[in-house]
Design a protein around this ligand. Structure first.
Ligand SMILES: Cc1cc2nc3c(=O)[nH]c(=O)nc-3n(C[C@H](O)[C@H](O)[C@H](O)COP(=O)(O)OP(=O)(O)OC[C@H]3O[C@@H](n4cnc5c(N)ncnc54)[C@H](O)[C@@H]3O)c2cc1C
Length: 549
C-alpha cells in the first residue's frame, strides 16, 4: 500500500481488464447471483480500445456463456468459409492440403470477428446485468489486506509530473476492494507479473513464451475480397531467422486483417520484427491482394505461446489470474479468446460458490482445477509439443513431428511426453557479434510503411506531462550493456519505435524512450536481454484507440 490517502469502494469481485476473460467473468458472476457486486476496470479509453486479436473466434466459450448470442445481436457476422495454408518462398508459394491436418486445426464453425467489437458487445451484456464498468481507469497498484492477501487495486490515479511528484491537477484515484480480485490483464499483465513473482507462481512450471503479433486492417478492391476466407502462411521472409508466420482474414465490408507473428525467442538481435512484417506484404501473393487497397489501421500486441506447460499457478490469497494473464493460447490454432472466456466463467463459478459460503481473500483452488482438468486443459494439452519442437528443431520438425504429435494426442496419447521450453525469450537473445546484420528494404509507402507512419494508424495518445510508464531498473544498461553487446535491440523489437539510441557528434550516446508512441504490446518487458525494462500502466485512457481490431 502507498502512503497516499484514498477513498475505498467495496465490491464482491474486482476485475482488472475488460477483455474476453474479464467480461466473461463479470457476466457469469451476475448470471449466478444477480446481487453480486462486480466492477470491471479498463485502462483503454473505452472497452475494445486496447483489444488486438487476429481474429478467428472459436465460439465454444461464447456458446457456453451466452448460448443465445445470435438472438442478442453478437457481432459474429462472418463464418469461416475457406481455410488455406501456404508455405512461402521469396517468389512463390506451396499450398499445404488440409487433409493431413489434425481435426483441431479446422476453422469451419469459427467466425472472423473484430474482438474489439465483440468486447464492446459483451460489455453491453454485462452492464444490462448490472456490472459496473469503468473504462479509462488504469489499475496501477495492488492493495494487500492484513493477512497479506490481495484485497484490491488502486485505479484512476491521474496528474503526476514527469518526475513522479504530484502535479497541480493530481487525483489520487480510488482503492477498489473485493472479496476476490481477478486479474484479466491479458498477456504479460503488469499486476499479474507482480503476483506471479510475489507468490512464486511459476515455480515448477516452464517459463512463459511469447510472440509479437502485428496487424493492419486493409480495405481492398472488392473484386479481390472473399468474405470468410482464412489464410495462414509460414516460411518467407523469416526463414530460419525466427519462428512465426502470417494470417490474412477477409472480414466484412471489403476489409482484410493482415497480420504477422514473430516468435520472441529469436537469437539474432539484428532481427527487426516490424520490418519482417512490412517485407512480407511484398510477397507476390500478398502484394497482389493488397495492391490498389489502403491500410486503415495498425496495431501490435504480444501473444502468449508457452501453452499447457507454461501456465503458472493461477491463484494466490484473494486473487486469481485469468485468460492470457496465465497464457491460454493454443499456438498452432493461434486461438486464445475461447479459453479466455472459459477461464472467466470458471473463475466466476469458483468465486460465486466461495462468496455464498461466506469465504473471502483465500485461494480459489476450484478455479485452478477447472482450468487444468476441464476444456481449457484438454485444448492446450493436445498441442503442447508444437512450440518446443519448433523452437528446438525448426519449422519442418514442428510441421511433421508436431503434426504427428497432435494426431496422436487427438487419439489420446503422445510418444513425446511433455517437452520443455528451456530458456526465456530474453535469455534466447545472443550477442550481436555472433550474427550478421539483416538488410531490410525501405518501405515503399504503398504496401509497406515506416513505423512512425503506421503508429499514427493505431490512434495512440499519451498525455506527455506524466512519468514515462516504461521504466528502467538501471538507466545505464541500455547504452553500456545492450548497445555494445546486443546492438541495442530495443530499437528494433519495439513495433512502435519507442526506443532510440541517439548519437550526436561530441556527445555520449543517449537512450531515449518515446513513451508517447507505446501501443501497450509489452514486447520490451519480455525481450529486453537484461530484463531491465519494466512496463507499468500509464494513466487511464492513454494508449492505442483501436477501431475494429
Ligand atoms: C496478433 C494476435 C492475433 C491473435 N489471433 C487470435 C485469433 O485469431 N483467435 C483467437 O482466439 N485468439 C487470438 N489471439 C489471442 C487472443 O488475443 C488472446 O488469447 C486474448 O486476447 C486473451 O484475452 P484476455 O481477456 O485474457 O486479454 P486481453 O484480450 O488482452 O484483454 C486484457 C484487457 O485488460 C486491460 N488491462 C490490462 N492491464 C490493465 C490494468 N493494469 N488496468 C486496467 N486495464 C488493464 C487491457 O487494456 C485489455 O483491454 C491473438 C493474439 C494476437 C496478439
Amino acid at each position: 500500500m502507498t502512503d497516499t490517502q484514498r477513498e475505498a469502494m467495496e465490491y464482491d469481485v474486482v476485475i482488472v481488464g475488460a477483455g474476453p476473460a474479464g467480461l466473461s467473468a463479470a457476466i457469469r458472476l451476475k448470471q449466478l447471483n444477480a446481487d453480486c457486486n462486480v466492477v470491471v476496470l479498463e485502462k483503454g479509453s473505452e472497452v475494445g480500445a486496447h483489444i488486438l486479436s487476429g481474429a478467428v473466434l472459436d465460439p465454444s466459450g461464447l456458446n457456453a456463456l451466452i448460448p443465445d448470442w445470435k438472438a442478442k445481436g453478437a457481432p459474429l457476422n462472418v463464418p469461416v468459409k475457406d481455410d488455406n495454408f501456404y508455405m512461402l518462398g521469396e517468389a512463390g508459394q506451396l499450398r499445404i492440403p488440409n487433409w493431413p491436418m489434425p481435426p483441431l486445426m479446422n476453422n469451419h464453425g469459427n467466425y472472423i470477428v473484430s474482438m474489439g467489437n465483440v468486447c464492446r458487445w459483451m460489455a453491453e451484456q454485462a452492464e444490462e446485468l448490472g456490472v459496473e464498468i469503468f473504462p479509462g481507469m488504469s489499475c496501477s497498484e495492488l492493495v494487500y489486506g492484513e493477512n497479506g492477501e490481495v484485497k484490491g487495486v488502486v485505479a484512476g490515479e491521474f496528474g503526476k509530473n514527469p518526475d513522479g511528484t504530484q502535479g497541480d491537477s493530481y487525483e489520487p484515484g480510488m482503492e477498489l476492494h473485493g472479496k476476490y480480485v481477478f486479474l484479466s490483464e491479458g498477456v504479460r499483465g503488469s499486476l499479474s507479473k507482480q503476483i506471479i513473482e510475489k507468490y512464486s507462481l511459476s515455480d515448477g512450471h516452464e517459463p512463459q513464451k511469447y510472440g509479437l503479433g502485428m496487424k493492419e486492417i486493409w480495405e481492398i478492391d472488392p473484386d479481390k475480397h472473399k468474405e470468410g476466407s482464412v489464410t495462414h502462411t509460414m516460411g518467407w521472409p523469416l526463414g530460419s531467422n525466427a519462428g512465426g508466420g502470417s494470417f490474412i482474414y477477409h472480414l466484412e465490408n471489403n476489409q482484410v486483417y493482415v497480420g504477422f507473428v514473430v516468435h520472441l525467442n529469436y537469437k539474432n538481435p539484428h532481427l527487426f520484427p516490424y520490418m519482417e512484417f512490412q517485407r512480407f506484404k511484398h510477397h507476390p501473393m500478398v502484394a497482389d491482394l493488397l495492391e490498389g487497397g489502403k491500410r486503415v489501421a495498425y496495431g501490435a500486441r504480444a501473444i502468449s505461446e508457452g501453452g499447457y506447460q507454461s501456465m503458472p499457478k493461477m491463484v494466490a490469497p484473494g486473487v486469481a489470474l485469468l485468460g492470457c494473464s496465465v497464457g491460454m493460447v493454443n499456438v498452432p490454432r493461434i486461438k486464445g479468446n475461447h479459453n479466455a472466456m472459459l477461464s472467466g466463467m470458471a473463475a466466476a463459478e469458483a468465486a460465486s460458490a466461495a462468496i455464498s459460503a461466506e469465504r473471502s481473500g483465500d485461494e480459489l483452488n476450484d478455479y485452478e482445477t477447472a482450468v487444468r482438468e476441464g476444456a481449457i486443459g484438454r485444448d492446450l494439452k493436445k498441442v503442447r509439443n508444437v512450440k518446443p519442437l519448433w523452437s528446438k528443431s525448426g519449422l519442418t520438425a514442428s510441421l511433421t513431428l508436431g503434426g504427428f504429435d497432435m494426431w496422436t494426442n487427438t487419439l489420446g496419447f503422445s510418444l513425446l511426453g511433455t517437452m520443455g521450453h528451456g530458456k526465456t525469450d530474453a535469455e534466447a537473445t545472443e550477442e550481436a557479434a555472433k550474427h550478421q546484420p539483416i538488410d531490410y528494404p525501405k518501405p515503399d509507402g504503398k504496401l509497406s510503411f515506416d513505423r512512425l507512419t503506421n503508429v499514427a494508424f493505431s490512434f495512440t495518445n499519451h498525455e506527455e506531462s506524466q512519468p514515462a510508464h516504461l521504466t528502467l531498473k538501471d538507466a545505464s544498461v541500455p547504452v553500456e550493456i545492450n548497445l555494445p553487446k546486443y546492438a541495442g535491440p530495443s530499437a528494433r523489437y519495439c513495433p512502435a519505435g519507442v526506443y532510440e539510441f541517439v548519437e550526436e557528434a561530441g556527445k555520449d550516446t543517449r537512450f531515449v524512450i518515446n513513451f508517447q508512441n507505446c501501443v501497450h504490446c509489452k514486447t520490451c518487458d519480455i525481450k529486453d536481454p537484461a530484463q531491465n525494462i519494466v512496463w507499468t500502466t500509464p494513466q487511464g485512457g492513454d494508449g492505442p484507440n483501436y477501431p475494429n481490431m
